[in-house]
Design a protein around this ligand. Structure first.
Ligand SMILES: [Mg+2]
Length: 296
C-alpha cells in the first residue's frame, strides 16, 4: 500500500461514527455487524463507470459518490428494505489526488447518512484506467417482507411515485431514493410487486410482468411526465421520454392502495395474459419495451 493510500484509509476510518449496530468498526480485516434476530438480510451491489454512468469531466466527485450510493439505496427502496450498512470499492485513476478521493467518499456519506447507513469497509486501488466505483449494500427487512418483482396479481392497479422522463438533463445524478415512501407503502400491505425505475418505465414494467406472469394496460394520459421530458427537444415526444428514459429511480409498483400518498399516481392495471398495452386517444396499442438498454 502506498503512503497516499494509507493516509486515505486512515482519514476514512477517522470519519466513522460509532453506531450500536457495529461491533467491530472499519479498520480491521472485516467489520462485524449486529444483526437483529428474525430479520432477513438483503444484499445487492451496483457500480458506476466513468463515461457511462457519469462524466468525470462534468460531474463533481461529490455528485459521483452520491449517485452510486443512491442507486443502492434505491434498490433497498424497491424491496421495501431498510438500508443497514454499505461497503465500497474505488478504482482511482493514477494521480487523481487525495482531495478528489475524499470528495468521492463524502458523496457516498451525503447519500447514506440520512438513512443511518454506515460505510463499514472498502478497498481502493490506483490504475491507468478510468474512475470506477462500486457499492455493496446490506439491507434489513425490519418487519416488512421483501417486495419482489414477481408478486403482481391480475386486478392490481399500477402506480408510480413521481414524474418521469428526461433524467439525463441532471436528475440521474441528483435523484432521491424513495426508501421512506417505499416502507410506508409496503407497511399498508397493499403493495404486491415493486421495482425502482432504472431502465425506463416500459422496460421495468416488462420486468414485473414477465416475472409475475401477467399483462398490463397503462393509460397514456395518466403517466406523470417530468418537465425535463418536455425540454429534451429531440424527435421523441415527452410521453416517449417518460416511457423509455432510464435512471428516474422513482418506484413502479402494483397492488391495491386505499389512499394515494402525495406524488403517487395510478397509471394502469394488471391484466391476465402476457401483453403490455397502452391506451391513448386513438385506442389501445401494444407497448414496446424500448427503455434504456444496458450497452455492453
Ligand atoms: Mg433496481
Amino acid at each position: 500500500m502506498s503512503s497516499a493510500e494509507f493516509d486515505f484509509l486512515n482519514w476514512i476510518n477517522a470519519q466513522h461514527r460509532p453506531a450500536t449496530s457495529i461491533v467491530v468498526p472499519p479498520g480491521d480485516d472485516l467489520a462485524a455487524i449486529n444483526w437483529p434476530t428474525g430479520e432477513l438480510l438483503l444484499v445487492g451491489v451496483d457500480q458506476v463507470l466513468d463515461q457511462f454512468h457519469f462524466d468525470s469531466a462534468i460531474h463533481t466527485p461529490r455528485q459521483i459518490g452520491r449517485k452510486v450510493m443512491n442507486r443502492n439505496l434505491s434498490d433497498c427502496a424497491a424491496m421495501g428494505a431498510l438500508p443497514a450498512v454499505a461497503v465500497t470499492t474505488a478504482a482511482l485513476p493514477k494521480g487523481i489526488g487525495l482531495d478528489y478521493a475524499k470528495e468521492l467518499y463524502l458523496g457516498l456519506r451525503d447519500a447514506a447518512d440520512p438513512f443511518d447507513c454506515p460505510i463499514v469497509g472498502g478497498d481502493t486501488a490506483s490504475w491507468d484506467g478510468r474512475l470506477l466505483l462500486t457499492v455493496t449494500i446490506l439491507g434489513r427487512s425490519a418487519g416488512i417482507d421483501p417486495i419482489t418483482r414477481s408478486g403482481a396479481k391480475v386486478g392490481d392497479s399500477i402506480y408510480v411515485t413521481g414524474p418521469l422522463g428526461g433524467s439525463i438533463l441532471g436528475r440521474h445524478m441528483t435523484f432521491e431514493p424513495r426508501v421512506n415512501l417505499a416502507r410506508d407503502l409496503a407497511a399498508t400491505g397493499g403493495v404486491h410487486a415493486m421495482i425502482d425505475i432504472s431502465d425506463g418505465l416500459s422496460r421495468d414494467l416488462d420486468h414485473i410482468c414477465r416475472l409475475s406472469k401477467v399483462g398490463a394496460i397503462i393509460d397514456a394520459a395518466s403517466i406523470p411526465i417530468h418537465e425535463d421530458a418536455r425540454k429534451m427537444n429531440d424527435d421523441r415526444s415527452p410521453l416517449e421520454h417518460a416511457l423509455s428514459d432510464g435512471e428516474d429511480h422513482e418506484l413502479l409498483f402494483t397492488g391495491k392502495l386505499k389512499s394515494l400518498p402525495a406524488g403517487v399516481v395510478r397509471i394502469g392495471q394488471i391484466v391476465a395474459g402476457a401483453e403490455i398495452k397502452i391506451t391513448d386517444a386513438t385506442g389501445t396499442h401494444p407497448l414496446i419495451a424500448y427503455g434504456w438498454q444496458h450497452t455492453l
